[in-house]
Design a binder for this molecule. Structure first.
Ligand code: URA
Length: 237
């Protein structure tokens, strides 16, 4: 393991011996359980279905489907490799992201970048997006209506990227993406499928939560190891 990766693991409070042992234990102990694709197939709204990157980006930039269009500084489309093997999906832009127009650029974003680096991935190698493309004022939770309007954009991004694995960070992103009320503690540690599709999804804690609860970083690292092991076992998308 190179020195830089060691540094990132340290940022996650992961001892190296534990990482190696953890990787094996998790692979052996966590059954790859495919969550029942209980939710119904989601149909893309005409506004986003089949759009190419340029048209999709323009549609998001000009979107006025919900009230967040009145309070945003700018839309936050998503960033990274548009042919990535990994897609990371978060909740919604915060103040930093609203200002800069890029997802995960604040403190939580820095931790996310460290988490990716610990996995051997550069930020530019993955595609990062959010459930919502606009910041909810005061960082409140997204409303069901906002999610319903915005989800087709994300669905089309997923179609276009065609990732091998989706890493979903945080309760809000996970529950909305998987269309479930199950608590995040129960969603992590297993392989899910994006409702209506065969696309693999793994859930972990949101980096902002990990900043508030550093004691949970070990569980997050276990999730990332699980995601890496899972991705390795999957055929290329
Ligand atoms: N939190 C998120 O879920 N997404 C961002 O882009 C920033 C913070």
């Amino acid at each position: 393991m190179d020195a830089r990766r060691l540094q990132y693991l340290k940022a996650l409070d992961i001892d190296v011996w534990r990482r190696r042992e953890g990787a094996d234990t998790i692979a052996a102990a966590a059954p790859v359980e495919v969550a029942a694709a209980a939710a119904t197939a989601t149909t893309l709204q005409p506004a986003a279905a089949n759009l190419d990157w340029t048209s999709l980006e323009a549609a998001v930039r000009g979107c006025t489907l919900c009230g967040l269009s009145k309070t945003r500084t700018q839309t936050v489309f998503g960033v990274g490799d548009r042919n990535a093997q990994w897609m990371v999906i978060g909740e919604a832009p915060g103040a930093d992201e609203d200002r800069e127009g890029e997802p995960f650029v604040g403190r939580a974003g820095q931790l996310l970048t460290s988490m990716l680096k610990a996995m051997g991935l550069r930020r530019e190698q993955v595609f990062i997006a959010n459930i919502l493309k606009c910041r909810p004022p005061g960082n409140r939770d997204p409303s069901p209506e906002e999610v319903a309007h915005c989800m087709p954009y994300l669905q089309q991004q997923i179609e276009l990227v065609n990732p091998r694995l989706i890493l979903c960070v945080g309760r809000i992103a996970a529950q909305n993406l998987l269309k479930t009320d199950t608590p995040i503690g129960k969603l992590r540690g297993q392989l899910h499928r994006l409702p209506g599709t065969e696309r693999p999804v793994v859930v972990t804690y949101h980096p902002a939560y990990l900043l508030r609860s550093p004691g949970e970083k070990r569980k997050a690292w276990a999730d990332l190891v699980f995601a890496m092991n899972t991705a390795e076992g999957l055929a290329p998308a």
